[in-house]
Write a protein that binds this ligand. Structure first.
Ligand SMILES: Cc1cc2nc3c(=O)[nH]c(=O)nc-3n(C[C@H](O)[C@H](O)[C@H](O)COP(=O)(O)OP(=O)(O)OC[C@H]3O[C@@H](n4cnc5c(N)ncnc54)[C@H](O)[C@@H]3O)c2cc1C
Length: 423
């Protein structure tokens, strides 16, 4: 009998296993992958420290993606850095590569630029290596005594007589494990959440298919500390094409699409555009990473009997830092319960307040990933407007909005369309 079973070895599950084992619990960690720390799903691998999306109404930056909103800090030391989680009050050490992330640049089909911030002035966060980060957490969990079983698919769980039973499949065989507590941390497609009936009430949306080409040899300006978002309606009508440089020296060229066009076709076409073709003259695709999971509204009450839901298993996108915070807080909640305190109630309150997606105003709405210039639907129009605002600073839709009078005389039809889209 284990004190704790952790299902899923992503950032949430690894942090939970490490914390619990270090605190003396008998822990079993179950993961379906063979190589536990290997990243098999697309991820930008940014540790965010700043508020990122721009609220058009209040003209202020607000947290990105409706995810984790408690403050974090990064302390950079000689041979490592430390990620500080200031509200729960814990620290995670990381000794992999780290690169500052300063610029977000919107680009038109012809290559005209609008800078979201003054270049190199505002730090959004750090590009880091998620595989190294996860491997460090895993090593810590193992060192503290966690038993790890890989290549094991968790199929579901049930609360039985104040214990938890977990059904798994390994080499086509069904195996049950029992524990006092269970942390469900298998990410967005959690089978535990499904088996406990928690998905029934959740609003679900059509998956947005995402694909990234991981590439070598791209020759693009600014990529070291920037993220490019290219707006090319003729190729990708429902999502920007993003480009950034990961810490392993490889570029990540990605797109999320909710249209019928496959993301791979969008990326192939993008690389042939005259303005961008030179970037890819000596480039090659090393690998491809996809993501197509269903978006679901968050679970309001993340504790059911002795099962705690942590990370993306309970919310649309908790982000790496939010998932890590969940893993830590879930273990602390169990420890409190074991010493007679109301740990589960505390976890529930924390969960409901630490993530923007649980706030009343944003509950049940997907993260805002604004596609600027909604009603500008031709490449030529995007180019015209970007050329007009070349090098200006601010979210492109606002910058263009502020310069509309210059459009009025030369392009009256475009002007009135943009004017209408402001309301
Ligand atoms: C395109 C994209 C870009 C992103 N970029 C960033 C970014 O730059 N910064 C950031 O902070 N976040 C980013 N995120 C979000 C981030 O990846 C997640 O929020 C975070 O990884 C959630 O961690 P988790 O541990 O809850 O779940 P996951 O990371 O999903 O981990 C779940 C683990 O459980 C395992 N598992 C799943 N099902 C089972 C099963 N049935 N049995 C056993 N094991 C199972 C999986 O193999 C995996 O190891 C991005 C996400 C996407 C899709």
């Amino acid at each position: 009998m284990y004190d704790l079973i952790v299902a899923g070895a992503g950032p949430a599950g690894l942090m939970a296993a490490k914390t619990a084992a270090e605190d003396g619990m008998k822990v079993l960690l179950l993961e379906r992958k063979r190589e536990i720390s290997r990243i098999t799903r697309d991820c930008a691998q940014v540790f965010y420290v700043a508020d990122l999306t721009f609220d058009r109404l209040i003209r202020k930056f607000k947290p990105l993606s409706n995810g984790y909103i408690e403050p974090v800090a990064v302390e950079v030391l000689l041979n490592k850095c430390r990620f500080h989680f200031l509200v729960p009050g814990f620290t995670v050490d990381y000794s992999g590569p780290l690169r500052a992330y300063y610029n977000k640049i919107h680009l038109s089909p012809g290559g005209h630029k609008i800078f979201l911030y003054p270049p190199n002035e505002r730090l959004w966060g750090f590009f880091f290596d998620k595989e190294t980060f996860n491997a460090t957490l895993l090593a810590g969990a193992v060192k503290a005594g966690t038993e790890v079983v890989n290549e094991t698919l968790v199929l579901g769980a049930a609360n039985v007589n104040r214990r938890v039973e977990v059904l798994t499949e390994h080499n086509s065989k069904s195996i049950y494990f029992k524990a006092r507590h269970l942390i469900a941390a298998e990410g967005r497609a959690s089978r535990i959440v499904e088996s406990l009936g928690l998905n029934k009430e959740r609003i679900t949306r059509k998956p947005r298919h995402r694909l990234s080409f991981i590439m070598e040899g791209i020759e693009a300006p600014y990529t070291d500390n920037s993220y490019f978002a290219c707006i090319v309606p003729s190729i990708s009508p429902t999502g920007n094409i993003g480009l950034c440089l990961n810490t392993n020296g490889r570029n990540r060229l990605g797109v999320g699409s909710s249209s019928d066009k496959p993301p791979a076709a969008i990326l192939e076409e993008f690389m042939k555009l005259p303005a961008y073709r030179p970037w890819f003259a000596h480039a090659r695709i090393v690998s491809k990473l996809a993501d197509g999971s269903v978006w679901r509204a968050p679970i309001r009450d993340p504790v059911i009997g002795n099962v705690i839901i942590a990370g993306d298993a309970g919310g649309p996108e908790t982000w790496i830092q939010g998932a890590v915070a969940c893993g830590y807080q879930a273990v602390k909640a169990i420890e409190k319960e074991m010493s007679g305190q109301k740990g589960f109630a505390h976890y529930t309150t924390w969960w409901q307040n630490a993530f923007q997606f649980n706030k009343k105003k944003t509950f049940g709405t997907p993260a805002e990933r604004p596609y600027p210039l909604d009603r500008v639907n031709s490449d030529e129009e995007v180019d015209f407007l970007f050329k007009l605002c070349e090098g200006k600073i601010g979210p492109s839709s606002l910058v263009i909005g502020d310069n509309l009078e210059a459009v009025k005389e030369t392009r009256p039809e475009l002007y009135s369309r943009l004017k209408r889209s402001e309301h």
